[in-house]
Write a protein that binds this ligand. Structure first.
Ligand SMILES: NC(=O)c1ccc[n+]([C@@H]2O[C@H](COP(=O)([O-])OP(=O)(O)OC[C@H]3O[C@@H](n4cnc5c(N)ncnc54)[C@H](OP(=O)(O)O)[C@@H]3O)[C@@H](O)[C@H]2O)c1
Length: 294
């Protein structure tokens, strides 16, 4: 496509971001605020650096995907507002909010189902109260607050356990299970832990849709389905014909021996966005079959 649309982003080298760049390279002229950018490294925790890029860009949107995403690493930093998790997730987001306010840009922020406590029996809706139970979720909830309390145009897209069709340097939920089965090292999978898998190949189309429609507000943007770890692994075992001897495990039992809190249910209801989308997301069964046949 000629005349590509300028688009600022953070985290565009990450698991989700790099797939967005790959699938929309013809449409957007991406400009990544990233430490790895050799000619112009940007640390989003540095307010001046963030401001300098936003103030000289023609992009109307900033798609903010950069985050400290290591949940166990975050747990080890619990309460540490000087730690890297808080710095990237909270201060980094605050810097982007400030710079968007100064430059009139619309912030599209990626968030997580870990802002919830996981105690709800049904799928979470956008109006449910956030109540994070561990540090990663807490910092992501604080980032959401920095955005929702601002006067900028904003969109928050919450996802859960994202995975993509192709293997990436950071191993996602699908590829962790495939690798574990192939190497005969997969632990028993919890049959009492519920989550809402997010197929990244479809999710990046939602980001594009949000930009096209200039949508604002909070949206859940997973597959909209609820799976246990065990059922999800069973589906992969079948569709990829891995013939692994899959065993069921129990999160409740595991929690008796673990200090680290774990959300029991992070499945998200997506009716709000589903009713607006101009395309149909694939079901998880369709996706896994498709991935198995690649
Ligand atoms: N993965 C999940 O399970 C999951 C679940 C729910 C929500 N999310 C959310 O979805 C978004 C994308 O996640 P992901 O899994 O794609 O992330 P990821 O693969 O861990 O990538 C994170 C990105 O953030 C960048 N980054 C970290 N610190 C930075 C800093 N100080 N300045 C600039 N860039 C920095 C990293 O840059 P380098 O490449 O240079 O290190 C990397 O590209 C995040 O907001 C995350 O919270 C993820």
């Amino acid at each position: 496509m000629d005349n590509k649309i300028p688009l600022l982003g953070t985290g565009l080298n990450g698991l989700v971001g790099s797939r967005f760049v790959k699938d929309f390279a013809d449409k957007y002229e991406f400009d990544n605020l990233d430490l790895r950018n050799e000619s112009r490294p940007i640390d989003i925790t540095n307010e001046k650096q963030v401001m300098s890029v936003l103030s000289t860009s023609d992009s109307k949107f900033v798609v903010h995907m950069a985050a400290y995403t290591d949940v166990t690493g975050a747990w080890q930093q619990t309460g540490d507002v000087n730690g890297v998790c808080y710095a990237v997730n909270v201060r980094g987001t605050e810097n982007l909010v400030k710079a968007c306010a100064e430059t009139g840009k619309h912030l599209i922020h990626l968030s997580t189902a870990y802002v919830f406590d996981g105690e709800k029996k049904e799928m979470y809706v956008e109006t449910d109260k956030t109540n994070p139970i561990e540090w990663y979720g807490k910092t992501k909830a604080l980032a959401e607050e920095a955005i929702t309390n601002s006067n900028i145009d904003w969109t928050i897209l919450r996802i859960d356990q994202p995975f993509r069709s192709d293997a990436f340097e950071k191993v996602d939920t699908l590829h962790r299970i495939i690798d574990g089965m192939k190497n005969n090292k997969l632990y028993p999978q919890f049959s009492d832990h519920y989550f809402g898998p997010t197929y990244i190949n479809d999710f990046v189309k939602i980001i594009d849709f949000v930009i096209n429609k200039k949508m604002t507000g909070i949206y859940h943007a997973t597959s909209g389905e609820s799976w246990t770890d065990f059922e999800f692994a069973k589906l992969i075992n079948e569709k990829f014909a891995l013939n692994f001897d899959l065993k069921a495990g129990s999160l409740a039992k595991y929690l008796e021996t673990s200090n680290r809190p774990y959300q029991k249910n992070t499945a998200l209801n997506i009716d709000k966005i589903k009713n607006i989308l101009d395309f149909k997301q694939k079901t998880i069964k369709e996706v896994i079959s498709e991935c198995a046949n690649l």
